[in-house]
Design a protein around this ligand. Sequence first.
Ligand SMILES: Cc1cc2nc3c(=O)[nH]c(=O)nc-3n(C[C@H](O)[C@H](O)[C@H](O)COP(=O)(O)OP(=O)(O)OC[C@H]3O[C@@H](n4cnc5c(N)ncnc54)[C@H](O)[C@@H]3O)c2cc1C
Length: 441
Amino acid sequence: MIHDQNSDLLDEVRAEVRTWLKENWQVNLLLGEWWQLLADAGFAFPTWPAGMGGRKTRREAAKVITEEIGRAGALGPPGGVGQMIGGPILLEFGTEEQRRRWVPALAAGAESWCQLFSEPGAGSDLAGLQLRAERDGDRWVVNGQKLWSREAETAERGLLLARTDSSVPKRKGISYFVVDLDQDGVEVRPIRQMNGRATFNEVFLTDVVVPAENLVGALGQGWPVAQASLMYERLEVGGGGVLRPARIASPGRRGGMLDRRISDLVEESRRAERERPVVPGVRTPAAMTRLARDVGKNQDPLVRQRIAAMHAMSEANRMRVRQARAVRRRGREAGPEASMGKLVSSELGREARDISLSLLGAEGMVTEGDITAGGAFQQMALSVQSLSIAGGTDEIQRNLIGERLLGLPREPEVDRDAPFHQLRVGTQEKEPDDSGAGPRR
Ligand SMILES: Cc1cc2nc3c(=O)[nH]c(=O)nc-3n(C[C@H](O)[C@H](O)[C@H](O)COP(=O)(O)OP(=O)(O)OC[C@H]3O[C@@H](n4cnc5c(N)ncnc54)[C@H](O)[C@@H]3O)c2cc1C
């Protein structure tokens, strides 16, 4: 009976979104117009509140909405750090005023945000961060450096972790802010990667001003907010999202796409694809199967066995990520479960790299010219190692799983309770540390 009511409800949602798409989706709309329509209808981020891009639906209904958007060939909602992490964080920890100020803009893709967490001396040991925010009347003044910040070059705002009190232990004096990046004192320098792209940056902040009302959560209580951010990031990386954000368009005014016609963006992406074909889901078992067929090795029993094993692991992971979401919905922290999903997805990435390169043989060493799938597998092979670093390394996920799921003893951490100013941390001052202390990503 409950099941029937539930499926009736989903059928109603499906019918509603189909009708709405028929009436509203047009490829000649401007990108910003379309995303605004999607948000106003509550179809952009369906689980978010009404008036903020959603309609507070359950995940099953959100999935139906995503499916229908895909089936209609319509463009999905905006994607990016702001939408995947910023929105959920504001809904969970922000004040009502902060939600009203920022969430609708994120939902409609009007803003792009980045994550300003890591520093040269604070990656795995994130709680060792040194960037300072000092109170000056009704504002904070920020000085320091961040590193590896994706999309910072076009982001309007950043989710910033800053030290606001050095006299307390390292996790207690951290605060979480939303910082406006379009101001003097913000310098963004791109970092060139081995795949030839520059998708992340160093960010230098010198006397950058943050209004007091941009503090998210309580003063000095940024650590749990940071942990929740990392959990949202890991769930996304681990494949737990139901949304299918637009691949061909990025949000935010500074990105310059909002005033462009969707048809032009589609055409541009097709042209780019002709030059360098995109293999959908290039890391999935399905892509491995297609590649095996294309190179005539799909009857090789060893290849078949390897792809089948990958498929089994991928399915098990999908279910595990679903379980992590369910844990979160029941109000418990889903940290270790999210860590499992993330760890397995970096393992799957490596497996995809190794299977595809072995199928390609010598061609796996070539990235240009008339090559299989335009070099998509080679590009993937050059990028996939980032999965085991971004959002917390594999080793850190293993530590979290060991300590929090398996109940193994905690890593020794000699600096846990000492006031931060008594520690010698960071790139200049750090002493060799043979204690194995303190990874907290
Ligand atoms: C593609 C990509 C995108 C990123 N995007 C962002 C972003 O947008 N914003 C942001 O703030 N950061 C971002 N990061 C940074 C990322 O979070 C850090 O790189 C990561 O947390 C690791 O920190 P680190 O690079 O300083 O390595 P380190 O912490 O110096 O680690 C070096 C090595 O030591 C190991 N290690 C460290 N401590 C321990 C321990 N206690 N036990 C066992 N092993 C340990 C690590 O696993 C690793 O192998 C991104 C990184 C990548 C690759």
